[in-house]
Design a protein around this ligand. Structure first.
Ligand code: ADE
Length: 347
């Protein structure tokens, strides 16, 4: 992203010549209306006071626009943004160097903040709270410590796992925003906007089909839009209509609800191998040879949103909609579990 450049007509063009589909202002950004409205207020207020915006924590499943929003916040504040990530900061000195190079009111975007090493995290506490860097030199009786003042800045932390943040870190964010999966209507608007930027024509029903197979996620919508464009270019006249969209998505093994190979693998395991569960996360992960973190962050949120699975204290369970989607009839044990759940819901 740092290698991107703005060109005269304000389209963002990456160095490999791709038009960026990322919006650059709040007004261009579609969806997340509540988060956007609140952020607009906080940005306007801090700008009017001439102060740095309070630290912001953005959390939610991948691909919903945490990075995009952070760039928009910085640009609307009229400040520079420096980008880093939890796993990218290996030593305390790396973080210290980033912090000391921030200008007054700049934004430091720290992606995957839950993966920050704990000893490095401690440097952030005084930096966030007092805009100070505590440097200690020497060991034992000869140890001395020195406090360096930093410019006032805004930390924007992004995470898919807010629950993995330590209390002291979470408490230092003045603004905490949760991003939700996008509605079908928002995704249709995003697909149409992206098609326009890519200078391709897409019919209304094709945009609807593409949106409905994008798992509530703009990143996925934009990715499959580009692939459908390839199909349209090679197999048809380049225009995206419903027929070529359905063919392309079916060939890519993206089903009508947007479930891909990995989603179906997990659902089938839970429904068939574990007869609807409950199955513990690690057991489930081992059975499909997948990383538990990927299941929690990437695969599950959409399956939960669809009402296909639920997280319970005893493990993951498949809900009726999952059995229906796979065309599997629940066995006795699963039926009992499902009827118990239905009764519970009505109480
Ligand atoms: N492209 C990716 N995310 C977007 C969003 N939220 N609004 C508009 N375009 C987007």
């Amino acid at each position: 992203m740092d290698n991107n450049r703005f060109i005269a007509n304000r389209e963002l063009v990456t160095d490999d010549g791709d038009v960026s589909l990322r919006p650059t202002t709040f007004d261009e950004y579609i969806g997340q209306e509540k988060v956007k409205a609140n952020l607009k207020v906080y940005v306007a207020a801090s700008k009017a006071r001439g102060e740095a915006l309070d630290h912001v924590l953005l959390y939610g499943p991948p691909g919903l626009g945490k990075t995009t929003l952070s760039h928009i916040i910085a640009s609307e504040l009229g400040v520079e943004i420096k980008v880093t990530s939890g796993p990218g900061i290996e030593r305390a000195a790396n973080l210290a160097s980033l912090l000391t190079n921030l200008q007054e009111r700049d934004v430091l975007f720290l992606d995957e903040i839950h993966r920050l090493n704990h000893s490095i995290e401690e440097i952030l506490y005084p930096a966030m709270e007092d805009f100070a860097l505590d440097i200690s030199t020497g060991k034992g009786a000869g140890a001395t410590s020195l406090r360096l003042n930093l410019n006032k800045f805004t930390l924007i932390g992004a995470t898919t796992r807010a629950g993995m943040l330590t209390g002291p870190l979470r408490d230092r964010f003045g603004v905490i925003c949760r991003l939700e999966p996008y509605s079908a209507d928002d995704l249709i608007r995003i697909v149409k906007r992206s098609a326009k930027l890519l200078k391709i024509t897409i019919s209304d029903d094709a945009a609807r089909e593409l949106a409905s197979r994008s798992r509530g996620t703009p990143r996925i919508a934009n990715r499959i839009l580009k692939r459908v464009r390839d199909f349209a270019q090679v197999m048809s006249d380049g225009n995206i209509d419903l027929a070529i969209t359905v063919k392309a998505l079916n060939d890519m093994e993206i089903d009508p609800l947007g479930l891909d190979y990995n989603d179906i693998k997990l659902l089938s395991a839970l429904v068939e191998k574990f007869e609807g569960g409950p199955a513990g996360l690690d057991t489930l992960a081992a059975s499909i040879n997948e990383d538990p973190g990927t299941i929690e962050d990437v695969i599950e949120p959409y399956l939960i949103q669809l009402g296909f699975i639920a997280r319970t204290p005893r493990g993951r369970i498949a809900l009726k909609a999952a059995f229906d989607h796979l065309g599997v009839r629940p066995g006795n044990r699963a039926s009992e579990q499902l009827s118990f759940l239905t009764v519970g819901e009505n109480e």
